[in-house]
Ligand binder design. Structure first.
Ligand code: ATP
Length: 484
């Protein structure tokens, strides 16, 4: 059987007919959720205890994909940028930070509750589903007015009744009792950070004083954030614990909008370089700006549930540093070392959740193809840079020690250079299907010929073409083709 697979390298591609099931987008989401579980990308948190709302764990392949996304982001936002440095600030911070930032008083979403089944829903989401324009940045009065106008149509997605409370604001900050030894749970709240950028603002002066950066410059960080999200739906798109990648760029007020345009362009290109199809991306301009913002755009991705925010790129003016100066009593203004000019830096930011890119990558890559006969192969055609496993190594037969030994040697020679997997389980066709489903770009098969010619068969994920490569040339071959 394998002789024929290896001996006729183009045989699959002759049979290959692109078989698109993608039209049904709900179906796509279900397929991706199932694949994530089946293949160890994402597991519901605490599953053996019945799960834990809107929290997910990333499995063996999921953590590889997450790491690859973070690696690409860090390379783009820090490594190749002379003007941006990294930071890793703590999750817990002085509670006053969240007062200064406006989170204690204003970090809330509009909530309505079904009076019949008590399900809580974001009012703006409910209205949007009814094609009524609304967003979470509207004032409470404004959104209540809109909600009252359309109350008759608003149907509970859980029980179907049309009986909601009025809209009220629900604060998203997650409280903890860290350091509170008084036993009084209602005071001295310390919060789990609701966004990572506050850690950047409060370290801005430290970075300025300890490194050689000068305005304009940026500080980037990747880290966990926590929000008491009201509606926990859409898989890993909206979770209560998530990882953010944020970059805050400090500018002269005069330069803010010029730098903002540059950042928008730079961030758009990031997604194209990740291999995301441009037709699945679009800009969304905020109509309702918070009072201090100069301009705000989101990059949206066409998820199976429609275009939704993947990343925010915002021009924030001098709000953040002014607030922290006020609340901390420390002067955070900047004195230009050349001109002597003193000003409060303005900030532009790029902010994205790792899991939103993760989900976009999977949606973009998920492909079903009809191959031999009626067989369908599921393949994640993601950018090779992102693939959780780069090379899978197989002995043709599990019960031939000489093949297993050789395959193990090859695996051992490659795995310090690339993420590799050794697999001797099941027939070769099944092993290919398994690797296709996790997006492995190359499979290496050791067969009886290998013992004579020191060469192996390398099979390409996308074309399914197979070629014979000398073992001594494998590392170079993968370096060239994987663009690691
Ligand atoms: P949304 O409108 O979807 O609630 P937001 O406007 O509140 O998002 P920001 O506060 O601007 O989001 O956060 C910046 C980025 O962090 C978002 O673009 C998104 O990628 C990510 N993010 C925010 N909330 C979540 C969440 N609950 N789960 C996963 N990622 C999130």
């Amino acid at each position: 059987m394998l002789g024929c697979l290896i001996g006729t390298p183009f045989i699959f591609s002759l049979f290959q007919v692109i078989y698109k099931y993608m039209e049904n987008k709900d179906n796509l989401m279900e397929k991706i959720v199932a694949l994530c579980k089946r293949r160890g990308f994402v597991f519901p948190s605490s599953e053996i205890y019945g799960g834990f709302g809107a929290i997910y764990d990333f499995g063996p392949y999921g953590v590889e994909l997450e790491n690859a996304i973070k690696r690409e982001w860090w390379k783009t936002m820090v490594q190749i940028r002379e003007d941006i440095v990294g930071l890793d600030s703590a999750i817990f911070m002085h509670p006053k930070i969240w007062e200064a930032s406006g989170h204690v008083s204003g970090f809330s979403d509009p909530l309505v509750e079904c009076k019949s089944c008590h399900v809580r829903i974001r009012a703006d989401h409910l209205l949007e589903e009814m094609d009524v324009k609304a967003d979470e940045k509207m004032g409470l009065e404004e959104i209540n007015k809109i909600f009252e106008k359309h109350r008759d149509q608003a149907k509970c997605p859980n029980c179907g009744k049309k009986d909601f409370t009025e809209v009220r604001n629900f604060n998203l900050l997650v409280k903890s009792n860290l350091g509170n030894f008084t036993g009084d749970e209602d005071s001295n709240h310390v919060y789990l950070r609701g966004e990572t950028c506050q850690g950047i603002y409060v370290n801005y002066k430290n970075v300025l004083d300890s490194t050689r950066v000068k305005i304009p410059f940026g500080i980037a960080q990747i880290g966990k954030a926590f929000r008491n999200e009201i509606t926990a739906r859409q898989f890993i798109f909206r979770t209560r614990e998530f990882e953010q990648m944020e970059m805050q760029y400090f500018t002269n007020p005069e330069e803010e909008m010029k730098e903002y345009e540059k950042l928008r362009e730079y961030r758009w290109k990031f997604y194209l370089d990740l291999g995301i199809k441009e037709k699945n991306l679009k800009w969304h301009k905020h109509d309702n700006l918070v009072f201090y913002a100069k301009e705000a755009y989101d990059i949206e991705y066409d998820y199976p549930f429609g275009f939704s925010e993947i990343e925010g790129v915002h021009a924030r003016g001098d709000y953040d540093l002014t607030q922290h100066s006020k609340y901390s009593g420390k002067d955070l203004s900047y004195a230009d070392p050349v001109s002597g000019e003193k000003y409060m830096p303005h900030i532009i930011e790029s902010s994205v959740g790792v899991a939103r890119i993760f989900l976009a990558v999977l949606c973009d890559a998920y492909t079903e193809e009809k191959i031999e006969g009626d067989e369908i192969r599921v393949v994640l055609k993601m950018n090779k840079k992102l693939a959780p496993v780069k090379v899978a190594v197989f002995p043709l037969l599990k019960n031939k020690p000489e093949l297993v030994k050789k395959a193990k040697e090859i695996y051992g020679g490659l795995n310090s250079h690339f993420m590799c997997e050794f697999d001797d389980n099941g027939n070769i066709g099944k092993r290919y299907r398994r690797q296709d489903e996790i997006g492995t770009p190359y499979c290496v098969t050791v067969d009886f010929e290998t013992l004579n010619d020191e060469a192996v068969t390398v099979r390409d994920r996308d074309t399914m073409k197979q070629e014979r490569i000398k073992i001594s040339e494998l590392k170079e071959y993968f370096e060239k083709n994987l663009d690691n």
